[in-house]
Design a binder for this molecule. Structure first.
Ligand code: GLV
Ligand code: MN
Ligand code: MN
Length: 407
């Protein structure tokens, strides 16, 4: 059975890779993510399991089943982080999945079907802007030209994969969803609902749809001293109006959020009126209709700002992920499993994106357990207690046992 102390030591060991205090910066498709993969693979070495890293940098560790040809049960999460993120986002799911599977093996449980532990590569998309990268590659859902996307230093996804010893073509990581019986993922909740409800665990019913885009505002680069205020085409000031418009628009729609988290100004000098400004757009909602309406209203804001300020604005759509309902049968199974460990788990809609969206949208029965977290997420204060994490791992273990024993 899941060992809480060993689970905590896995969390601590993984957090040391790219960690400093409680902060973790372990970006996807970097050598640090590779080190984290090595740590996870090392945890399975004492089991008769086979590890492989696919063409997108995903780590799979396969535990044999009595029928080697039966569709596998896939369990895991991601091991990359955002810059200056926390120790639990993604990592907790991989630690709990490992602990659950290894515990089952140690108790001599025989799997009817193979069980695969997965540590997805680059879920956050923090380096190249392609979120859910590894799982999207595995399920043939990468945005077009994903391999050519570049980080701020000009390194492409293909280059980063080649640096890992891969061929540079992540589409080769695709697998047939029919070979996967089910996918399970445990993750911290990343919001306050479980904490406020006094519950250690939740079960996810649906995951929001996501739109990621990039807005480019082109104005006119000018001398900051010699250009009078009435004659400027300041790209940054125009962008600031659009950023405020996004906040106002998103607030009009229920459960809908809009965020600008990245911005770059060119040429970027204190005595130059900015000639160009690019910023990211992240819009999410449980209904696609709300995302579409936010985008329409944002287009109106763009028309208004370009008219008033004489700038040009273009919007590139970088990635979209559809609203994702998770499988009702797996959901019922996870509610039973959480109940068995003593938690009356509420059903929650996830406002964060998850790798689970890719298998689910590809027809693989998929379910997620949330573990209570405090301190928010995508920051060094995110936190899940050992006790809560162990309860989650135990519920996951029960669910794995049930799904893996079905022939
Ligand atoms: C990943 O954490 C996301 O929701 O963007
Ligand atoms: Mn995250
Ligand atoms: Mn995550």
């Amino acid at each position: 059975m899941t060992d809480a102390a060993r689970l905590q030591s896995r969390i601590d060991e993984l957090a040391r890779v790219g960690g400093s205090g409680t902060s973790v910066s372990r970006l996807g498709l970097t050598p640090l993510e590779g080190q984290a993969r090595d740590v996870v693979a090392s945890w399975c070495r004492r089991q008769a399991a086979t590890a492989r890293i696919d063409e997108a940098g995903n780590l799979y560790v396969r535990f044999a089943g009595e029928d080697p040809n039966a569709p596998v049960l896939l369990v895991g999460s991601h091991i990359d982080s955002v810059p200056e993120g926390g120790r639990f986002d993604g990592a907790l799911g991989v630690c709990c999945a490992t602990e659950a599977i290894v515990s089952l093996k140690e108790s001599g449980v025989r799997f009817a079907r193979p069980v695969e532990l997965v540590a997805w590569a680059d879920e956050e998309g923090a380096r190249f802007g392609v979120g859910l990268f590894g799982s999207a590659a595995a399920f043939g859902r990468l945005p077009s030209n994903a391999a050519e996307r570049r980080d701020p230093a000009g390194v492409s996804v293909a280059d980063a994969l080649r640096a890992l010893g891969k061929a540079g073509d992540p589409t080769k990581a695709r697998r047939d969803p029919r070979d996967i019986a089910a996918y399970l993922e445990l993750h911290i909740e990343q919001g306050p609902r479980l904490d406020r409800a006094g519950k250690a665990l939740g079960v996810v019913s649906d995951i929001v749809g996501i739109y990621h885009g990039r807005v480019t505002v082109r104005g006119r680069q000018d001398h900051a001293g010699a250009t009078v205020m009435g004659e400027r085409k300041d790209a940054l000031v125009a962008a600031s109006h659009l950023i405020q418009a996004l906040e106002l628009i998103a607030a009009l729609f229920p459960d809908t959020v809009g965020t600008v988290g990245e911005i770059a100004v060119r040429p970027g000098a204190k005595n130059v009126v900015p000639g160009e400004c690019t910023f990211s757009l992240d819009i999410r909602a449980p209904k696609q209709e709300s995302i579409d309406q936010v985008l329409e209203a944002f287009d109106d804001a763009v028309a208004d700002v370009t008219g008033r300020r004489g700038v040009q604005v273009s919007i590139d759509r970088l990635q979209t992920v559809a609203v994702t309902p998770l499988d009702p049968e797996i959901r019922a199974l996870l509610l039973r499993a959480t109940n068995q460990v003593g938690v009356d788990a509420p059903l929650l809609v996830s406002g964060a994106g998850h790798d689970a969206q890719n298998p689910s949208l590809s027809g693989v029965p998929t379910g997620m357990i949330f573990v209570r977290s405090t301190g928010g997420s995508h920051n060094p204060k995110e936190f899940a207690s050992t006790a809560d994490a162990a309860l989650g791992a135990r519920a996951l273990e029960l669910a794995i046992e049930e799904l893996a024993s079905r022939g």
